[in-house]
Write a protein that binds this ligand. Structure first.
Ligand SMILES: Nc1ncnc2c1ncn2[C@@H]1O[C@H](COP(=O)(O)OP(=O)(O)O)[C@@H](O)[C@H]1O
Ligand SMILES: [Mg+2]
Length: 251
């Protein structure tokens, strides 16, 4: 059996002396799989992404136990730029595009790890995926709409053709129509690149529609996992995340 695209084993994280933000987390992204991580605000979703992408130390956090591997290779402690070269792509929470830079310059930042000779071809591929970005190529990113900025953040990650893509709260603050359009593109990307994808979402319905498997995290602990259909039909998720009311309860 080939190794998983990503594997977290018993991973714990703390920020300074603040107790554990992740406590013994296990999570697997199979090759080519699309996995959703669901959880309320403050549950530890972004912390998990930071642990995977090697960015915890920027936030005064550290992995205190466990192991993380990508494609069977241990990656804990590797710097972000190295992980990007190994095929990891990240779309951070809050998009974080460079607002003063043009759309094209933002994509160039993403392409910085590529050999110069492939840069143009890869950027063209992103423009093909998001024609909107091509139209706005020379505009400062700060002038784009929220949806366009999200496309840009996604494009910046995709320019390296990652084999593992981590997307944190894509839907936050965006109109539903835009969000479903972007998710649609993401699906195409997954299929054409054969990329494995982790989407982190507070919007459970969206994420469960998109993913094959799902995990629920509460206060740093994975409390439920299974196929997207299994997770969607669980009582806890129906009540707490999908807004269904408890059957037989009196109003
Ligand atoms: N830089 C930080 N320093 C201290 N605590 C943090 C930091 N970032 C996040 N936390 C804490 O870790 C927990 C998980 O946060 P986070 O991973 O951002 O949750 P989510 O992304 O699910 O909303 C929260 O209790 C949060 O307050
Ligand atoms: Mg978060």
């Amino acid at each position: 059996m080939s190794p998983a695209a990503l594997e977290l084993r018993n991973v714990s994280v703390s920020y300074g002396r603040k107790g554990l933000a992740l406590d013994g987390v296990n999570l697997t992204i199979p090759k080519g799989g699309v996995v959703a991580l669901l959880g309320a605000n403050g549950a530890g979703k972004t912390t998990m992404i930071r642990a995977i992408t090697g960015l915890l130390s920027l936030h005064n956090g550290q992995v205190t136990a466990g192991s993380i591997s990508m494609d069977g290779q241990a990656i804990l402690g590797l710097p972000s730029h190295k992980l990007v070269r190994m095929g990891m792509g990240q779309v951070p929470e809050g998009r974080l595009v460079f607002k003063q830079l043009s759309v094209e310059e933002n994509l160039r930042v993403g392409a910085a790890v590529l050999p110069k000779s492939t840069e143009k071809e890869r950027m063209d591929a992103v423009y093909e995926l998001f024609p909107r970005l091509l139209e706005r190529r020379t505009q400062a990113a700060g002038w784009l709409s929220g949806g366009e900025q999200q496309m840009l953040a996604l494009g910046r990650a995709l320019v390296t053709q990652p084999k593992l893509l981590l997307v944190d709260e894509l839907s936050l603050g965006l109109a539903p129509l835009i969000v479903s359009a972007i998710y649609q593109q993401l699906k195409v990307v997954g299929q054409t690149l054969g990329a494995s994808i982790l989407v982190v979402e507070q919007n459970a319905r969206l994420a469960l529609d998109f993913a094959n498997t799902a995990y629920v995290i509460e206060r740093g602990v994975i409390t439920l996992s299974g196929t997207a259909a299994e997770v969607a039909s669980s009582d806890v998720v129906r009540e707490s995340y999908l807004g269904a009311s408890r059957e037989g309860s009196t109003p």
